[in-house]
Write a new protein. Structure first.
Length: 354
């Protein structure tokens, strides 16, 4: 299994693979998904694999293999049948755009997420915070890349604006087209055996950055055709590639609506070092930091200790959070009711014998 470690294989996956190995299965990592075809890297080279019938029929969408997953598969000549997805270390997920509250898993088993913003029209500290909080909540290390630094007279002031927000997260200035900052980025953050993703709005320069790292254009290779939920045909590329540095990079399509799917009781507070510390000093332990007397958070904003942007972002995220939770409760209730109804229909049929 030595060659698999360069693709991120470690003792976590080895343990979870144990029982499958005893059944004579092989391990592979999903690098691209094209319709039903999953491209895997394995100890014995690349393999194309399909899902087993049981997986295809039995699993929820977010449990199906995603780019970054390690899977146990049965080898047939050069093809494979995926039997199971090995337990994930983490998953990068988002709320689906629009009113739905379903989560979409974008990629899995990731060490670092690079949040890219362009220093042209795209720069937006509020949106940046939403990405940072969401990524921290997925247990992934965020790194902010401010690209297109060649387009502004004082790029350092933007970097300081982001570091002043107080998150525990590196902020780098780059120019993908001007070839500035790329070496520092690679040396500090694109380490062998580590898996990274690039996220950010359309047009911020993600593909240009990947191409600069790779030294050639790869986007068209392995572009994934899929149908979106309206049945419209779209082309997205979601590929895991190995960079010259030995790091793996997943290039995911532009995500303009990056919804927050925080877990219960977690409103993004814990992810801001200062906000977390302040909330412990509020008079009420269940303080919402809006109107309560003795709120240390509101006081810190008033006194200029906590950046107003951080506070406003907290309010926005907690509002969305409340919406997400009520919606998921509603959805679960509706599913239960539907289940009950379906059971009644079956019983009714049995009684009537049709
Ligand atoms: N001036 C300048 N332009 C850049 C830089 N990086 C990228 N661009 C330009 O920005 C435009 C968009 O870049 P892309 O790499 O296609 O952006 P993207 O993030 O991959 O966009 P999507 O594929 O839609 O998600 C292109 O015209 C690039 O040449 C940069 O550092 N400086
Ligand atoms: Zn408070």
């Amino acid at each position: 299994m030595t060659s698999l470690t360069s693709y991120g294989w470690n003792t976590h996956f080895e343990q979870h693979f144990h029982t499958y190995q005893a059944q004579g299965l092989d391990a592979g990592r999903v690098t691209a998904i094209e319709g039903f075809r999953h491209k895997l890297v394995t100890a014995s080279g690349p393999v194309d694999a399909m899902l087993s019938g049981a997986l295809m029929n039995g699993a929820e969408n977010w449990d199906l293999p995603k780019v970054g997953d390690w899977v146990a598969f049965k080898a047939y000549d050069n093809e494979g049948i995926i039997i199971s997805v090995l337990t994930r270390i983490n998953e990068l997920s988002r709320k689906l755009p629009g009113r739905t509250t379903e989560k979409q898993v974008i990629a899995t088993n990731i060490d670092t997420a690079f949040i890219v913003q362009g220093l042209d029209r795209d720069f937006n500290p509020m949106r940046l915070q939403r990405y940072i909080v969401q990524i921290l909540q997925c247990n992934i290390r965020p790194v902010v890349l401010l690209n297109k630094q060649d387009l502004v007279p004082d790029p350092e002031s933007y970097r300081q604006e982001v570091t002043a927000l107080g998150y525990d997260c590196p902020v780098l200035l780059l120019s993908a087209t001007g070839n500035e900052g790329l070496q520092e980025w690679a040396a500090g953050h694109l380490l062998p055996g580590q898996t990274c993703v690039l996220i950010g709005s359309s047009g911020v320069g993600k593909s240009t950055l990947v191409n600069a790292l790779l030294g050639y254009r790869f986007q068209d290779e392995g572009a994934v055709s899929s149908f979106n939920n309206k049945g419209k045909h779209t082309t997205v590329s979601r590929n895991l590639v190995t960079l010259p540095s030995g790091a793996m990079l997943i290039d995911s399509p532009g995500m303009r609506e990056f919804g927050v799917t925080l877990e219960a009781d977690n409103q993004g507070l814990n992810y801001h070092p200062l906000l977390a510390a302040l909330s412990a000093e509020c008079r009420f332990h269940d303080c919402t930091h809006r109107h309560e007397p003795g709120c240390a958070v509101v006081a810190a904003v008033r006194e200029g200790e906590l950046p107003r942007e951080v506070y406003e972002s907290y309010l926005k995220i907690s509002r969305e959070q409340a919406h997400y939770q009520t919606d998921s409760v509603e959805r679960k209730r509706a599913e239960r009711q539907f289940g009950k109804m379906a059971k009644q229909v079956v019983q009714h049929r049995k009684q009537r014998k049709y």
